[in-house]
Design a protein around this ligand. Structure first.
Ligand code: PLP
Length: 412
């Protein structure tokens, strides 16, 4: 159902699938599969070059031999993760997997659009040195701005680069990938361009507990290569937990005679014992349906755009990152700051103290900024916008009169 909702193509193309604790865990799974795959690709090409006559040697894998031995056997000196404004959890994943924080390389297209991935730089890095293996990580929804790493034709280019250089293509679409479930109307044209081609990835991270509004502990991981995923995550040699290999399950409906086999989660992800994470997501999708989910997402985007338009046109606030951007670039996140430096200093606390609106504090271009992330099935665009407008207007009026009093006092 998720593959269909997100328009990821043939269901059978995603045999690697599991629910995780969240996007952090899904990013760990994605980089772990990528790490295994890129080393295998290098090992394979080294073996092909070394011998045209003798039989190919058995691959040395990270799963069996460990990272150091596998890299050595494959002639890999370095594994890098090429990205732009990756979520912090991707950097954490690089640490967990023995790649290290510094393996994550920022290849931002420009200072104006740091969330966009510089494809020329990606190609240069891929071609740099055969002893360097690469994972490309696409930020499909940057957490401060909600902007996207790719535009219409970028994913096909990244896919062919990954094929050419034996790289793994991972998408972190925690919240952003849900833009693909919006209605196919002009209103969402630019978000569709930003999320076009994400189905070309090798692995995908998404979060149920963000835009699908299910309780926490509902990360989603999809992978095209179930063999790699089970190689990495198989729970080896536990006879007492032996599960039969997945069988094709016959459905009772005649329209779809078979479904994709489901591997035991024990051998697809981190946990041994786990609760039935899929259940809340299943219930939500079943109750809302594709149309209901799209409608829910429409309300979130419209509220975010109403707020964006308000801060853009307000004399008291500044719409970030680019005040001249098109409103249609807004998904569900609005980044802004107060023009008045004193108000901006305390803006996040003041807004949150109203207990009517909650914003998170962040930093943009070296200065404090506030961030509204709209993520609720209960959004009522007009009513909620009125609350946000009232709160932001009141705070600005208070700050202006405080400033006026301050000037009057110092003048006297
Ligand atoms: C929220 C988020 C994460 C981390 O998600 P958790 O579910 O909190 O682990 C990772 N990547 C992106 C892009 C996110 O927005």
């Amino acid at each position: 159902m998720l593959v269909a909702l997100l328009g990821l193509g043939d269901d059978a193309a995603w045999p690697g699938r599991t629910f995780t604790t969240g996007a952090t865990a899904s990013n760990i799974l994605g980089l772990a599969c990528g790490r295994e795959a890129v080393i295998a690709a290098r090992f394979h090409s080294a073996a092909v070059t070394a011998s045209s006559t003798s039989p190919a040697p058995a691959p040395v894998t990270v799963a069996e031999a460990g990272l150091l031995a596998a890299c050595q056997a494959a002639g890999v000196r370095e594994i890098q993760v090429l990205t732009s404004m990756a979520h912090s959890s991707l950097v954490k994943a690089a640490s967990v997997l023995g790649l290290g924080h510094t393996a994550v390389k920022e290849l931002s297209a420009s200072a104006d659009e740091p969330w966009r991935l510089d494809l020329d730089a990606v190609e240069r890095e891929l071609a740099r040195d055969p002893a360097v293996a690469s994972i490309i990580a696409v930020s499909a929804g940057e957490v401060n701005t909600g902007r996207f790493a790719t535009n219409a034709l970028d994913m096909p280019k990244l896919r062919s680069l990954a094929n050419r250089y034996g790289a793994w293509l991972h998408v972190d679409g925690a919240f952003g990938i849900f833009a693909r479930a919006l209605p196919q109307t002009d209103e969402f044209l630019s978000l569709r361009a930003n999320t076009a081609g994400l189905e070309l990835a090798d692995s995908i991270t998404a979060d149920g507990h963000k835009l699908l509004n299910v309780p926490y502990d509902a990360g989603i991981f999809l992978c095209r290569d179930a063999a790699i995923q089970t190689q990495v995550f198989s729970n080896p040699n536990a006879a007492y937990l032996a599960t039969p290999p997945p069988a094709q399950t016959n459905k009772t409906t005649t329209t779809t005679p078979t479904t994709t086999p489901i591997h035991s989660p024990l051998n697809m992800g981190l946990e041994n014992s786990r609760r039935f994470r899929a259940l809340p997501v299943y219930a939500t999708l079943l109750s809302a349906g594709r149309a209901g989910t799209a409608e829910m997402l429409v309300h979130m985007v419209r509220l975010a755009r109403a707020v964006a338009s308000f801060v853009r046109d307000s004399p008291d606030y500044e719409w970030l990152p680019d005040p001249n951007a098109l409103l249609e670039s807004t998904h569900i996140i609005v980044l802004f700051r107060a023009r008045d430096a004193a108000l901006n200093e305390v803006l996040v606390d003041r807004v949150n103290a109203t207990r009517a609106v909650f914003v998170s504090g962040t930093s943009w271009a070296g200065r404090k900024a506030a961030r509204i992330a709209v993520s609720s099935w209960r959004v009522d665009v007009d009513a909620d916008f009125a609350v946000i407008k009232r709160v932001l207007t009141t705070l600005a009026v208070e700050a202006n009169s405080a400033a006026a009093v301050g000037e009057a006092v110092s003048a006297s």
